[in-house]
Design a protein around this ligand. Structure first.
Ligand code: PEP
Ligand code: MG
Length: 588
């Protein structure tokens, strides 16, 4: 009997990186959601125990097959990992607890299994031993596999793979997953959790990968190989699109491509507003292989180099000479334009610089940013010397992250002076006038910006963190994403206060957080007096066009009003109003 075409289904998420991907889905095994829970009657207990037994048998069969396959390809060592997975499924204590949960709590088998596994996982996540903590990934993997096998039917073979181009669907992706993605294969991704300001989303924008987050139920509802369209503009994941939908998206893709080419042709135009205000437009960089992209984008240098991404290549920061090599290469390639190198910003939601002896109860308020560097003088000075070495090869500036008070700035500068003296004594050339800046991303630093300004050469406002700390809303928690408002009046006032303090001290202020690349906010940031915007390389051509289309005097009038406006929604409406007036073609 001929099969009827599967129905088109739209899953709605939050757009975090623009673009369109059309192709089959691949569902990633990492991370998963709780299965449905329902009560069973005592009469069903035996059936549920049997369902559990069968799911285990199917899983063991798959693992044994995988083990053999891997052994044939790469030898015994790699295949042992599946041996470990098999052992989990034979762990008596675990099996007994699941059986008990089914018969005593009268829960369906998949949920009983899931709950017991969560208990083990939670315990493992808390152990201080790094090796053991890392094994949680294996446990998660096995758990996911068993859960999938509860619902396996003949249409859903366990080892389906989407080869070639595909749209990745995952529960969550961390920055290293995103960085390690095979960009030739992955056309974009959709995750169940995540937020616009997570590092994963930032990376997706840097890499030009369409992405959406907050697609509830995606991992369990979507099957690998389902044809789909990922719409990074409106946040949709369209499964089994009809021909009509496909044609519509192909047209949209072509239209966006035309705008992109038009903007690219204007990439060397000066970023000056219609009434003559000059704005520096630079790019944010995480990986050295983004360099070519930055050079093509028309950016005037790098306004933020997130050096903590060097940690992805190994467990620790590379040594002084290795770092100096990377920094020098960037400085040389970008000259005469500047590169602002931010010292290590590890901890919090970012990569740790070293395993912690115990988990922090509140990592966002914990050991992160400049605090880590000041506590590890040898490591800090290695990085400062590497930055100084690079300053002999181009225009380099240094910037300190997560500063909360003046003392930190002074101590960081003392270390910088020590690093200079050390290089001087060793006869190593560097730029003694290298500019020093701080990120204004903790509200306390914004409030005392007038005290910090005389000590530095520039401010760069990190709105990602500034918003999160000002309104007490975790930037990566989708439950409170609605409260994460870049136009919150408190945030606007802090930005204005920072710019004013800088103006009084005769230094410049830039913005390197994600608001700098948000076309809705360009009129507002310009109007608040910001002189530099540093954005993801893919956003440079659009923001360049936005600056060139804006009228500075009008933006100032709107921003002055914003400082007195009580509601974030009204401030947003006003800045969007100007954006629509200046560059409607970019706002669709
Ligand atoms: C910021 O906080 O706005 C920022 C630019 O730094 P990061 O996103 O790396 O924390
Ligand atoms: Mg930050």
């Amino acid at each position: 009997m001929p099969k009827t075409a599967p129905k088109e289904t739209v899953l709605q998420g939050l757009p975090v990186s623009p673009g369109i991907g059309i192709g089959p889905v691949h569902v990633s095994a990492r991370g998963f959601r709780a299965p449905e829970v329902y009560a069973i009657s005592t009469a069903d207990v035996a059936d549920e125990q049997e369902r559990f037994r069968q799911a285990l048998e199917v899983t063991k069969g798959q693992l044994a097959e995988l083990q053999q396959r891997i052994q044939a390809i790469s030898g015994e060592g790699d295949s042992l990992i599946f041996e470990a997975h098999l052992m989990v499924l034979e762990d008596r204590a675990l099996l007994d607890r699941v059986a008990e949960a089914i018969s005593e709590r009268l829960q369906n088998a998949e949920f009983a299994f899931y709950a017991v596994m969560q208990h083990f996982l939670e315990a493992m996540r808390r152990v201080p031993d790094l090796y053991l903590r890392e094994r949680t990934a294996d446990l998660e993997d096995v758990c996911q596999r068993v859960l999938r096998n509860f619902s396996a039917d003949e249409d859903a073979p366990g080892e389906e793979q989407a080869n070639g181009h595909h749209i990745l669907v995952a529960y969550d992706l961390n920055p290293s997953d995103t960085a390690a993605m095979d960009r030739k294969q992955v056309m974009g991704f959709a995750t169940e959790v995540g937020s616009v300001n997570s590092h994963t989303a930032i990376l997706a924008r840097s890499l030009g990968l369409p992405a959406i987050v907050g697609v509830e139920g995606a991992v369990l509802e979507v099957r690998t190989l389902t044809p789909a369209i990922l719409d990074g503009y409106s946040g949709k994941l369209i499964l089994n699109p009809t021909e009509e939908t496909q044609a519509r998206y192909q047209e949209l893709q072509a239209r966006k491509e035309r705008v992109r080419l038009e903007l690219e042709a204007q990439r060397d135009a000066a970023t000056t507003t219609t009434d003559g205000r000059k704005i520096t437009l630079s790019a944010n960089i995480e990986f050295i292989d983004e360099l070519a992209l930055i050079q093509q984008s028309g950016a005037k240098g790098v306004g933020l180099y997130r050096t903590e991404f060097l940690l992805l290549d190994g467990e620790q920061m590379p040594g002084e000479h290795q770092q100096a090599e990377v920094y020098s290469r960037l400085a040389k390639s970008l000259a005469p334009h500047p590169i602002i190198i931010r010292t290590l910003d590890a901890g919090g939601d970012k990569l740790p610089v070293e395993p912690l002896t115990e988990p922090e109860p509140n990592p966002f308020l914990g050991w992160r940013g400049i605090r880590v560097s000041l506590d590890r003088p040898a490591m800090f000075k290695e990085q400062l010397r590497a930055i100084l070495r690079a300053s002999a090869h181009g225009k380099v500036a240094v910037m300190f992250p997560l500063v909360s008070g003046l003392g930190e700035v002074r101590r960081a500068k003392d270390f910088l002076r020590e690093a200079m003296d050390e290089l001087d004594r060793a006869g190593v050339p560097f730029d003694p006038k290298l500019e020093t800046g701080v990120m204004i991303e903790v509200p306390s630093a914004a409030v005392i910006a007038d005290l910090i300004a005389p000590e530095v050469d520039f401010f760069s406002i990190g709105t990602n963190d500034l918003i999160q700390y000002t309104v007490a809303v975790d930037r990566v928690n989708h439950h409170v994403a609605d409260l994460y408002r870049p136009t919150h009046p408190a945030v606007i006032r802090l930005i204005r206060k920072t710019v004013e303090a800088a103006e009084n001290a005769g230094i410049w202020t830039g913005v390197c957080g994600e608001t700098a690349g948000d076309l809705r906010l360009t009129p507002l940031l310009l109007g608040l007096g910001v002189q530099e915007l540093s954005v993801g390389p893919h956003q440079v051509p659009r923001i360049s066009r936005a600056i060139r289309a804006a009228n500075y005097a009008e933006c100032v009038a709107m921003a002055e009003e914003a400082v007195r406006t009580p509601l974030s929604s009204v401030i947003m409406e006003n800045t969007v109003g100007l954006a629509m007036k200046y560059y409607p073609e970019l706002m669709e």
